[in-house]
Design a protein around this ligand. Structure first.
Ligand SMILES: Nc1ncnc2c1ncn2[C@@H]1O[C@H](COP(=O)(O)OP(=O)(O)O)[C@@H](O)[C@H]1O
Ligand SMILES: Cc1ncc(COP(=O)(O)O)c(N)n1
Length: 273
């Protein structure tokens, strides 16, 4: 239990999911479960449920500035993460604010396409993310299709996950996780490449479940939470992966499509230790 006076604060800069399973709702629930207070910058609204995205409405750019100003004027934001950013203008507006506030411990989840297939970042937005956001990031967490786009290569093996991570690092971000959730086989391998260290694999049994909405948001939000608490990056990643592995095994079968995760089913940082 964290002393309330020491409660660390993090920020999620993301899209809202009306279905509650992904986007900033996943981030807020994850941060709460991991004992970090979550502030938010809403980059856009989606009308969404477990079946798909029915509408996407990016926030007015000046309102992004206003939200950053309100949060930063009042909180000591120890770590931040980005999620769905929609397009080039929104990526650039977010990057400008992160630079202006000199935000440390930035995790970029380069959300591009929702599980149901809807685009959450257009091609010009991907270019802007590469050029303006990744150089500000401590860590980037692409899934396999996102890593293929960022590294400009196809990935069909674990060797190619390693190659892709190295190529993504050349974009100016020191630390990379290539997530393997979309891979085949009974074991899921995430590859972690940290600055000045050997790469390593995080592995876990693939859980056969339809409740996988927001897995990427959840992993990156858990890592961000532990960074806000002062953990070093490697520890934050290992704890974040443990959180993810724990909750994905406890299904929450809601909705009729890609169901949500059961974010609250976590007994705290000591779970499974
Ligand atoms: N079926 C699964 N069983 C266990 N872990 C999973 C499963 N699917 C994804 N994960 C884990 O969830 C995290 C997010 O992975 P992934 O699904 O690839 O991201 P995204 O949601 O961005 O597509 C990774 O740590 C991955 O290992
Ligand atoms: C607002 C928002 N942000 C992120 C995701 C990605 O989550 P997933 O890949 O599980 O669909 C999403 N569907 N909606």
């Amino acid at each position: 239990m964290i002393d309330p006076h020491q409660y660390p604060t993090a920020l999620t800069i993301a899209g809202s999911d009306s279905g509650g399973g992904a986007g900033m709702q996943a981030d807020i629930k994850t941060m709460q479960a991991c004992e970090t207070f979550s502030t938010v910058v809403v980059v856009g609204l989606t009308a969404q449920n477990t079946l798909g995205v029915q509408g996407a409405y990016p926030t007015e750019l000046s309102v992004i500035d206003e939200q950053f100003a309100s949060v930063m004027a009042d909180f000591d934001v120890r770590a931040a993460k980005t999620g769905a950013l929609f397009d080039r203008d929104h990526v650039l507006q977010v990057a400008k604010n992160l630079r202006d506030y000199n935000q440390a411990n930035l995790v970029v989840d380069p959300v591009m396409v929702a599980k149901g297939g809807a685009t959450l970042l257009d091609p010009a937005g991907i270019e802007a993310l590469k050029q303006s956001l990744l150089p500000l990031a401590t860590l980037v967490t692409p899934n396999l299709p996102e890593a293929e786009l960022l590294a400009d290569m196809t990935i069909t093996s674990r060797d190619e996950m390693v190659q892709a991570a190295k190529k993504i690092r050349e974009l100016g971000v020191a630390n990379v996780i290539v997530k393997g959730g979309h891979g085949d086989g009974p074991v899921i391998y995430d590859y972690v490449l940290l600055a000045d260290q050997e790469g390593f694999w995080l592995e876990g049994p693939k859980v056969e479940t339809s409740s996988k909405h927001g897995t990427g948001d959840t992993l990156s939000a858990a890592i961000t939470s532990f960074l806000a608490q002062g953990d070093d990056l490697k520890t934050a990643i290992i704890k974040g992966h443990r959180y993810m592995n724990t909750i994905i095994g406890i299904p929450l079968p809601l909705g009729h499509g890609h169901g949500p995760l059961n974010h609250g089913r976590w007994a705290g940082q000591g779970a499974e230790e």
